[in-house]
Design a protein around this ligand. Sequence first.
Ligand SMILES: C[S@@+](CC[C@H](N)C(=O)[O-])C[C@H]1O[C@@H](n2cnc3c(N)ncnc32)[C@H](O)[C@@H]1O
Length: 444
Amino acid sequence: MSKKDEITWLADGSYLPDIEPHTKAKHLILEEYIANYIRILHGTGRRGVTKFTFVDGFCGGGMYEDRDNREKWKGSPIRLIEAARKGFKKAGRQYDEPLDIKYIFIDDKQSHIECLKNYSFPQVGLGYLVDEEQHEYREEFGQCIEQCQFILGEFEQVINRCIISVESRKGSSFFLLDPFGWSHVSMNSIRKINDLSGSEILYTYMIDYLKRFAFVKYEKNKRKTFNKILEAEGYYESVNLDNMDTFGEQAYYRNEAMRLFRDRGFPKHIQEKYIFTFAVIPKTDSRVLYYLMHLSKNLRALEVMTDSFWKQNNVDSQYHFKIYGLAFETQKYYQENQFILEFNINKDKNELCIDKLHEQLPDIIGDNADGITYGEIVKRTMELNPASLLHYESYFNQLKNNKEIKIFRDGKEFNGTKFKRSDIIKLPRQYQGNLFYNSKLFPK
Ligand SMILES: C[S@@+](CC[C@H](N)C(=O)[O-])C[C@H]1O[C@@H](n2cnc3c(N)ncnc32)[C@H](O)[C@@H]1O
């Protein structure tokens, strides 16, 4: 992002940047995901996770002007805290020790940190959290300990401190990395975060500025810097870029991003690595400004994030998935003249999405005549299509009802509709035909 495009906050809140529709979508994804993240990790199992650290590495001033609605719009720090509280409430569990959440907010501009502490937090009743002490937050069923830390500094200079802090606290951690440009986060830092046990990252990967400056041939030094910061030698080097149309180019950049981050973004010893992207297309030229990239080491995390991305996806999944993955297009948002705040299933999108599953799954089922687990199928395919777990379940339920597959749980045939990862999917012995699925029958 060029300097002039960068958004600023004044320390006393007398100037706040305007919120844009695509940033709203990003915030809603974050909020939805964090509420589910806490609900699931803290609230499920005999004893859920009780310690979390959230690091908002590029936190900003905490509040925006929402001119469309003539009100204020909350930024990522406030949304993180509110969403975690929502998740805690939904989990509804209290163990012998309370849920303990620490938030670390980093920004390199003093006026942004001041605005966050002195204007934005007090506006929403969180002013008492700026003293950096531990505070008790109460729900009817129990309490949660919250603590905020504010760090003024450049992310790359302070990340080691944060990593040490997360390591000593233990528990799970979530890093929101939302910089203005690609040069503010190094691959080395991403790898270090991924080396922490129980960590995950939501990263804004600013691809558009990168392309404009680093990939043009006469900008050799930019390319060198890019290769150094993101360890990208051997990536994005297709000789044919000049001949590609916009869509071909967009698909190429996305695939290369996935390849780069998968290869270099995780330490070598990590086997389970998942990356899922959400494209943000604010202009009318179909170019992706940035990808929200979710990096995790846990299939459940990928499943939950896919759901959150789905709710903000406003492009036709089948056609666009090959190019962008799930995406938010500002132009479409204005055309539709509505913002999808609720998970409002759009039937066409669902049909297309299930058709996509139907392209991929029958071969896998057919190749595993002795059976394959539901979890294994999801694991092998989820990054490759836009479907959420709801789509997978619907797809398998219909095949089961048509008697085209059988599902086994604990050695017995299973007739329920909610699947477990360990359930085994098999073709019936006598089955000869092609699996039939009618995507129009996706339940509303
Ligand atoms: C896109 S804004 C963040 C918006 C915020 N995450 C939200 O959603 O409300 C990026 C922020 O990163 C800060 N920033 C830019 N470069 C930085 C760096 N190297 N280290 C830390 N913060 C930086 C900027 O001052 C700005 O406040």
